[in-house]
Design a binder for this molecule. Structure first.
Ligand code: BTN
Length: 248
C-alpha cells in the first residue's frame, strides 16, 4: 500500500485514476492519494465537495477488483462500513456520538453528514480500476461547511471528536484495505451494513433515474446492496439500484 501526499490537487480521484493508469504494472492495489486541499473536489450527482486546506481529509484509494461487474456497486457500501469503523475508534469528548450510514454513500454523525464517498470506475475489457474517493470533514467550523437542503453538514470537531488528518488517513486506508480484501473473499457486506443503517424503518423519498420518485418506508438493503422501500399503500416493496434520498 503506497501513499502519495500532495499539498493541493484539483481532485484526489483524478490524480489516483491518472496514477493507476500511468503505472498500472508497478503500482500496488490499495495505493492511495491524499491532498491537503482540493480546488475542484467532486461529490455525487455533479455536486462539488468543499475541500478547504487543513480542515478535512481528502483521499482516494486505487482498487483493481477481480470481481464480476455486478459486485462493483457494493464497494461503496464496503467503504461506508470501513469509514464508520475507523471513526468509531477515535476518542470522543462527552457522550457517545451516533455514527451511521445513509444509503448509499453518506456517513452521518448525530444525524449530520460528516463524510461522503465517490467511487469512480474505468473499465478495460473485463478488468476494472475503481477509485474510492473519501471526503471527511475534520475540523471545519459551521461557517466553513456547506448548507445542505436535506440534512446539515458537520465535522468531527463539531461533534466532539478530535482527529489528526495524517493519522486518520492511515487509519481509514488500513481499515478500508482489510474490509475490501474481506469482501473480495466473502462478496457479502449487507449484514455489516445493517449495523449502521440509519434509514431502516423511516419514511423516505428517493429520486431514481429509472422509476422516478419512490416514497415509502426504508426497509433495509438486499443481500446485493440495493435499497428496499416499502410502499404501505400498495404493500409493494421497491428495489432501488440507483438513486438519491431527497427527503425523509
Ligand atoms: C458525496 O458525498 O457526494 C461524495 C463526496 C466525495 C468527496 C471526496 S474528497 C476526495 C475525493 N476527491 C473528490 O474529488 N471527491 C472525493
Amino acid at each position: 500500500m503506497k501513499a502519495f501526499h500532495f499539498k493541493s490537487l484539483p481532485s484526489t480521484n483524478d490524480k489516483a485514476m491518472e496514477l493507476a493508469q500511468q503505472s498500472a504494472s508497478e503500482l500496488p492495489e490499495f495505493s492511495y492519494v491524499v491532498a491537503e486541499e482540493q480546488t475542484n473536489g467532486r461529490g455525487r450527482n455533479g455536486n462539488s465537495w468543499s475541500s478547504a486546506p487543513a480542515v478535512g481529509l481528502y483521499m482516494s484509494m486505487i482498487l483493481r477488483p477481480t470481481l464480476p461487474l455486478e459486485y462493483i456497486p457494493q464497494l461503496t457500501l464496503v467503504a461506508g462500513v470501513a469509514i464508520c469503523e475507523a471513526l468509531q475508534t477515535l476518542p470522543q469528548k462527552g457522550g457517545a456520538a451516533k455514527i451511521g450510514l445513509k444509503w448509499p454513500n453518506d456517513i452521518l454523525i448525530n444525524e449530520r453528514k460528516v463524510a461522503g464517498i465517490l467511487c469512480e470506475a474505468s473499465l478495460q475489457g473485463d478488468s476494472a480500476t475503481i477509485i474510492v474517493g473519501i471526503g471527511i470533514n475534520i475540523s471545519a467550523t459551521r461557517e466553513q461547511l456547506p448548507s445542505r437542503v436535506i440534512y446539515p453538514a458537520t465535522s468531527l470537531m463539531l461533534e466532539g471528536i478530535e482527529a489528526d488528518p495524517a493519522t486518520l488517513a492511515e487509519q481509514v486506508a488500513e481499515v478500508l484495505r482489510q474490509r475490501i480484501q474481506q469482501f473480495y473473499k466473502s462478496r457479502e457486506i449487507a449484514s455489516d451494513w445493517k449495523q449502521y443503517d440509519l434509514l431502516n424503518g423511516t419514511s423516505i423519498k428517493v429520486q431514481t433515474p429509472d422509476i422516478g420518485l419512490v416514497e415509502g418506508i426504508a426497509s433495509g438493503i438486499t443481500p446485493t446492496g440495493e435499497l428496499l422501500v416499502l410502499d404501505p399503500a400498495t404493500n409493494i416493496c421497491h428495489t432501488i439500484t440507483a438513486g438519491s434520498i431527497v427527503r425523509e
